[in-house]
Design a protein around this ligand. Structure first.
Ligand code: FEO
Length: 395
């Protein structure tokens, strides 16, 4: 890709990964981008790099503007390798002794990742760096979403380089929010649900801190996806809304099935929920990707989990999903379990245990049906649906 000037003398020099479909377990049906930014100033400064495989593409993009050797310094906002993977190639090219500015944890983490004698310089939270016409400010954002994460901010021009925050996994030729419009929001939501949900309380604190210090923001440049220049406030207020995790009258019935019995139960529960005016849908775990289910869970008041009992335990996809969801710690959820069984029938008990560990409020002890549901069994599923509906908010 050629560089794109996103503000005067500020260039996007990233790469588009059109083909990635699995980003460490997150489904990226529409690819992603790795955004790196070049500040043309007295000290030519590169902010973040790209995934290792795209390093030459980034260097070639920079080559349209300057000889890459002229880069004076690099800022690493985040150590994760989709943003630091290009460092070995770029440092080799510009000179291993050139400074790399990073947070204190970035100092440790870059050392642990690359084991190089680079000129790493840790910066303080709120620390400043003059690069000529511009002064950069560093804002530590520890655990958003790694210990090393930080933001870099250009004072005066009010441009925030926000690392992973406010990003989206979306590959496209659009570089700005005004070029894509509302269509980007589901990607931003899914990204939040799968990368940042766990840190929702920290996000609320960070937004308060930004308000407290009166940080003016005219443009947000994340490390993935489009840049927010038309309405940077919109993605910030969406983050606040998503962090609050306000439940709606919505329930997801997440399940897997062996011989369709648990599926029959899932569909009957959804049918009953629908009749009670609940926004409900079944999500089969071998049809729907776990990361898509997490996006749907964001505004759901209830997660109803179904699993057949397999070898006295949970069906493997159900275990997988429960592990994934538990790690992301969704808040304010109610839950219930169901499933068909042949002999031990432990799956419902095991789901309940996981839901309790996630602090879900259990609506019902759970519904087990021996082998294939009969008319009575279907009726019991409908009753469970009604009970769930009665426990949900009215809107
Ligand atoms: Fe996009 Fe945390 O890396």
């Amino acid at each position: 890709m050629r560089p794109i000037e996103i503000a005067k003398d500020v260039y996007w020099v990233g790469a588009i990964d059109w083909n990635i479909r699995d980003f460490h377990g997150y489904s990226t049906y529409q690819g992603t981008t790795y955004n790196a930014y070049l500040l043309m100033d007295e000290k030519i400064t590169l902010i973040d790099t790209v995934k290792k495989e795209f390093a030459d593409e980034m260097i070639s993009s920079i080559g349209h503007l300057i000889d890459p050797k002229k880069i004076d310094q690099v800022i690493s906002n985040h150590t994760e390798m989709d943003h630091s993977g290009g460092l070995p190639r770029i440092m080799h090219r510009i000179g291993e002794d050139k400074p790399i500015y990073c947070s204190q944890m970035g100092f440790k983490n870059l050392s642990k990742h690359y084991h190089q004698k680079w000129n790493l310089r840790s910066v303080e939270n709120g620390g400043e760096l003059s690069i000529g016409k511009r002064t950069l400010t560093f804002l530590e954002t520890r655990m958003l979403h790694w210990p090393d994460s930080m933001f870099t901010y250009i004072k005066g021009e009010n441009i925030l380089f926000s690392s992973d925050a406010f990003g989206q996994h979306y590959a496209g030729l659009e570089r700005f929010d005004d070029e894509i419009g509302e269509a980007i929001m589901p990607h931003a939501l899914k990204y939040f649900a799968n990368i940042l949900l766990l840190y929702a309380p920290l996000i609320l604190k960070l937004v308060d801190r930004v308000k407290e210090i009166g940080l003016a923001i005219d443009m947000i440049c994340p490390d993935h996806g489009i840049i927010w220049r038309k309405e940077p406030g919109k993605i910030i207020s969406s983050y606040v809304e998503w962090s609050l995790q306000r439940p709606k009258r919505k329930a997801l019935v997440v399940y897997d099935t062996m011989w369709h019995s648990t599926e029959i139960m899932a569909n009957a529960i959804v049918d009953s929920l629908g009749q009670e005016g609940v926004d409900a849908r079944p999500m089969h775990l071998r049809t729907c990707h776990r990361s898509d289910i997490m996006a749907e869970i964001m505004d759901a008041a209830a997660v109803i989990m179904g699993s057949p009992t397999l070898n006295n335990g949970l069906f493997p996809t159900v275990s997988d999903f429960l592990t994934y969801m538990k790690g992301l710690r969704p808040q304010n959820k109610k839950g219930a379990a169901f499933g068909s069984y042949g002999w031990s029938g432990d799956a419902v008990k095991l789901i309940n245990k996981e839901m309790e560990a996630m602090k879900f409020e259990l609506i019902d002890p759970g519904l087990r049906i021996h082998y294939v549901p009969d008319e009575e069994g279907i009726k019991a599923c409908h009753e469970l649906g009604k009970k769930i509906a009665a426990a949900l908010p009215s809107q």
